[in-house]
Write a protein that binds this ligand. Structure first.
Ligand SMILES: [Mn+2]
Length: 296
């Protein structure tokens, strides 16, 4: 049987600058097939560039929660006034008609087979784009490996560094976060799966790229006129300043608790059900508190 290499590139989040370097690295490594398990676009505003690269590379694409937000915005039956939604609305308006159509028609999961090994590809979990399976979630890992029909489950979404385990006779792989990982500085993470004789080996790859280019593109594209907060938080993550981003969210969450508001609207459906929503004044006040540490 032939040896085959699969690149899995998850959670790009619009970081076309990092994606270019990752694709070059995969090409150098003679990768045969590419799989993109969702969150292709949002939070960085380079969605069209990202989707052009992705479309020209592979047909194995699924949606993440970020694509689901664009879909929901186009269904248009919620209020979209919160500052946190500015980023989604900006991206929706920037997307070409063709890319918007693509984003709104992506499948939720994919079943693939290579050289006799079967794969289930999901964003969050096989049941939901929003569910998170962390490395420590033994019960969830047990549940999904027990019910899995395929040999391998591949997903992302949690933005943890890459991890994988063999449980209940299955291989479960979190492919990490290529575009906005808070665990590295100016580095993009992805994996290459090596398949030979029905065995799968996981290789983590960490690829350097220039965050200064990302910074200049953010300044140029117009997003800062509508959203400085999420851009500052995102840029902090990819430049190794995850600590300040973490402090921001701890503070904002505490402020919400003090007001006795829930971050989720438990009686709502769609985006309001699973989007962590902070009151606008808390969002802005917390940003102002840490402004000196942020890039934008
Ligand atoms: Mn996600």
């Amino acid at each position: 049987m032939r040896k085959i290499k699969l690149a899995v590139i998850s959670d790009i989040h619009g970081n076309s600058v990092a994606l270019e370097q990752v694709l070059l690295d995969a090409k150098k490594n003679n990768v045969d097939e590419y799989i993109f398990p969702g969150d292709l676009i949002n939070d960085l505003p380079f969605g069209n560039e990202t989707l052009e690269l992705v479309k020209n590379t592979s047909d194995y694409l699924i949606e993440g929660n970020k694509e689901e937000y664009i879909k929901e915005y186009n269904r248009a039956h919620y209020f979209w006034n919160n500052l946190q939604f500015k980023n989604i609305i900006f991206m929706n308006n920037e997307l070409s008609k063709e890319n918007q159509k693509l984003v709104c028609s992506l499948p939720i999961t994919l079943n693939l087979e290579f050289e006799g090994v079967s794969f289930k590809i999901a964003h969050g979990s096989p049941e939901s784009v929003e569910e998170q399976i962390h490395k420590k979630d033994e019960n969830l890992i047990d549940k999904y490996t027990k019910t899995l029909k395929e040999d391998v489950l591949v997903f992302g979404h949690t933005h943890e560094p890459v991890w994988y385990k063999r449980v209940n006779g299955k291989l479960i792989v979190n492919a990490g976060c290529m575009g906005v990982s808070p665990y590295y500085k100016s580095m993009a993470e992805y994996i290459i799966l090596h398949i030979k004789n029905k065995e799968v080996e996981v290789e983590k790859r960490l690829i350097p790229y220039k965050t200064e280019i990302v910074r200049e593109k953010i300044k140029k594209c117009g997003i800062l006129d509508t959203d400085r907060v999420l851009m500052s938080l995102t840029y902090a993550a990819l430049t190794g300043n995850g600590e300040i981003r973490h402090k921001f969210f701890v503070d904002a969450k505490n402020s919400m608790k003090e007001r006795n508001h829930n971050l989720y609207k438990s009686d709502a459906e769609g985006i309001y059900k699973y989007f962590k929503l902070y009151d606008d004044d808390i969002w802005i006040n917390t940003y102002n508190k840490y402004k000196n540490y942020f890039e934008f």
